[in-house]
Design a protein around this ligand. Structure first.
Ligand SMILES: [Zn+2]
Ligand SMILES: [Zn+2]
Length: 372
């Protein structure tokens, strides 16, 4: 064996060992309690996540607004959220994370002309930044509210959150007017605004179909060169978190969960716990890689029901599709059409139905590939 090959083998072995340490942990990155417009206490929320939903981790994200002027969550509520998360956490068994929902609302700008605002906190025309969840591993004195002029834009928020050591996700993207400036931030913030909630384009609820276009809006952001991983959240207001985000982490600790989320080593599910492993040329979901030759995609899926369809999306378009019709499958696929630079993600659809008639889906975070 030549020296180069021996070195290459040693490097591959080290990488393989490091990767073998990742495990899939299940969580929910979005939910509310009676501290904003949901039900119950933070302790109730964490107990449901741990004991009923059997989650590995959960992030509690009450709205940053209080119930009266000046429209901020009272500091004692924020500190109570952090204390409850600390009390509910036993690393290695269950991790509770304190967060909040940065809730930007157009009615707080003075130019709002299409209704009656509660208070005009900011000058100028209304902005449509939508909502973002913010969360921390460490204790933070007070949250950075969307109603505070110092944190009124996604760029201002991202600067503060990066300084405080937290992460941000874009919430419930859709083609609604309130979301149209959701991704209006400096692309350099992708290291702190690491993820986006993934939603199907059409969702059935109580007999009606709602065209929210969640996946479409995310694809449009990716098409503009945006970088984001995919997470899921129930946005429960009933105190009932459930499995919506899987992370690939080396330990069930706050640091392990944050390391995964910060590197987009995570994926979204809409309902069932579909186990999805997606790699390109040995690299994990969420990575930006440079390769020689053509990308080799390796996909392994362990569903909870028959898998109706697996698609690979390249640069916004389905480039490969399989219909396995069984619960477990794996395939390798080489993209011979690859040229210089592309992103890929995988979407899995099961042949099951939830109580509203929606199939269970899973969306891997993308992998961005450039030619070396
Ligand atoms: Zn929201
Ligand atoms: Zn929410």
């Amino acid at each position: 064996m030549g020296l180069r090959l021996a070195l290459a083998c040693a490097v591959i072995a080290a990488v393989a060992t490091a990767r073998a340490q990742y495990q899939v942990y299940w969580g929910d990155t979005h939910g509310h309690t009676g501290l904003s417009d949901g039900k119950g206490t933070p302790a109730d929320y964490f107990a449901h996540a741990r004991d009923v939903a059997k989650l590995d981790f959960v992030i509690l994200t009450d709205h940053d607004f209080g119930n009266a002027s000046p429209w901020r969550m009272p500091k004692e509520n924020w500190q109570a959220t952090q204390a409850a998360a600390e009390a509910a956490t036993t690393e290695g068994r269950f991790v509770a994370i304190a967060g909040y929902e940065w809730t930007s609302q157009p009615k707080y700008w003075s130019g709002f002309s299409n209704g009656v605002g509660s208070e005009h906190l900011f000058p100028g025309p209304p902005r449509f930044y939508n909502h973002k969840n913010v969360y921390f591993t460490n204790e933070v004195d007070y949250l950075f509210s969307a109603k505070d002029a110092a944190f009124q834009t996604p760029d201002m928020l991202a600067a503060a959150v990066r300084h405080a050591g937290g992460l941000i996700q874009n919430n419930h993207p859709s083609t609604d007017a309130e979301c149209r400036e959701q991704f209006k931030y400096d692309p350099d913030w992708s290291s702190v605004i690491a993820n986006t909630e993934m939603l199907a384009d059409a969702i059935r609820y109580k007999g009606k179909t709602y065209r929210v276009n969640g996946e479409r809006v995310v694809r449009e952001f990716l098409a503009r060169g945006g970088k984001t991983g995919f997470v899921g959240g129930t946005d429960s207001h009933e105190g009932k978190p459930a499995s919506r985000t899987a992370v690939l982490a080396s330990s069930l600790t706050r640091d392990g969960i944050f390391d995964a989320l910060g590197h987009r080593r995570n994926y979204a599910v809409s309902n069932a716990r579909i186990v999805l492993d997606f790699r390109i040329s040995g690299h994990f979901m969420g990575e930006e890689i440079r390769i020689a030759g053509k990308p080799r995609l390796a996909v392994t899926v362990q569903g909870t029901a028959r898998i109706k369809e697996i698609v690979v999306v390249r640069d916004g378009v389905v480039c490969h599709r399989t219909t396995p019709r069984r619960e477990r499958t794996r395939f390798d696929w080489v993209d011979k059409a690859f040229r210089v630079s592309s992103y890929y993600y995988v979407r899995v659809t099961q042949a099951d139905r939830d109580e509203n008639g929606n199939p269970s889906r899973a969306w891997s975070s993308p992998i961005w590939v450039s030619k070396r």
